[in-house]
Ligand binder design. Structure first.
Ligand code: AMP
Length: 143
């Protein structure tokens, strides 16, 4: 299975945020949309970073609630690890494990084309394991 297969099921919408917004704005969007990370886009629509709930928690823990007035740009990770639609799910799982993050934006010709989260990957793996089990059961029953 490829990243394309995951996006075909979950859709290609990505919630983004401008680097000039505040962490308080970002926290509100994350909370309202039930998300764990926002892709930071500059103009014109170029991925320039990623801001996760962990970045907000880390900044508030370090500098107190005043950190919520800081900009997204000051707190995002600028060196974003991305993938492409033709990549395998195994490759994305390895990226998440190696980098210790739970979100990987998908680019198509340099443009944002979707996002894969650890939840999407786990859902896919569970479905895959279930169909493997079913195939084994059928094999045993007909052997
Ligand atoms: P997460 O586990 O995705 O909530 O993110 C944990 C940390 O990794 C945060 O500091 C994020 O900014 C950073 N991060 C999340 N996703 C990525 C990514 N695809 N590439 C690089 N850093 C990331």
């Amino acid at each position: 299975m490829t990243v394309r297969g995951i996006l075909a099921t979950k859709g290609r919408d990505v919630v983004t945020i401008s680097p000039n917004r505040t962490l308080a704005d970002a926290a509100l969007v994350l909370s309202e949309r039930g998300l764990g990370a926002l892709v930071v886009v500059g103009s014109p629509d170029e991925v320039i970073g990623i801001l996760s709930e962990r970045d907000i928690v880390r900044s508030v823990a370090a500098r107190g609630p005043g950190a919520l007035g800081e900009t997204v740009r000051q707190n995002m990770t600028a060196d974003v690890v991305t993938t492409v639609e033709s990549a395998t799910v195994q490759t994305v799982m390895a990226q998440m494990t190696d980098g210790r993050f739970r979100h990987v934006p998908v680019l198509d010709g340099g443009k944002l084309a979707g996002i894969v989260s650890i939840g999407d990957v786990v859902k896919y793996r569970l479905a895959e394991m279930e169909s493997e089990q079913q195939a084994l059961r059928e094999y045993i029953a007909t052997a």
